[in-house]
Design a protein. Sequence first.
Length: 246
Amino acid sequence: MDWTRTAVSALLRERGLRLKRSLGQSYLVDRNFLEALARDTGAGAGDDVVEIGSGLGNLTEFLAARARHVWAFEIDPRIHALSRKLIGRLPNVTLVCADGAAFEEHAKPAGPLRIVSNLPYSDWERLVLRALSTPLEVSTYTFMVEADLYERLSSKPGTKRYGPVPALLQGACAMRKLRRAGKGLFVPPPRVDSVVFELRRTRPGLDFTAAEARLRQLFVQRRKKCEAAGGRRVEALEPAELLKLT
């Protein structure tokens, strides 16, 4: 498939497919960026990859060229069916029509796993926490989110945007910004630019969903002094300090 703006737009129009913003259905149509994103995952011949929200299979095709095997999850049956026609021939790709949060039920990695997703804005938190909570060995997580959301996730103690999820990701993972994706790289173009970033778990075995819930309770009174934290305000505590209180 020629993953260009013209080709993808024509394909969607020919099939009468209207994409859903609620599912984050904006597809990358820049070959150089797709190659860079696949490279960003660090996947090599000995790696298995789980792709959450694989769409038409544009990134999947580039991941398959690098990895041992790719499990590509797409929740929209219309898009899944089309992706089977476009990339179903690839011998090291398993296309799954299912919620990507259930990847453990389908993916059977032979070794280290890498997880990648262009996350939908409406459901990013659930997917990230679920992926981070897996007991499977995961080398890296490569996520793409709206630029504004990335700024929130990387916010520092004492700022307005600092909260449970930023504290959790920064306290239990190594977090690194990889690149920015302009909205013009997508069809249809999203409202804002996106950011690609990497997570590496520093506390494997942690139930991230449960830890986020406990942190949320602490942040209910973020400006009040916390006795367990030596009388300091919750919003001023470093991520590692906050995790000790959960």
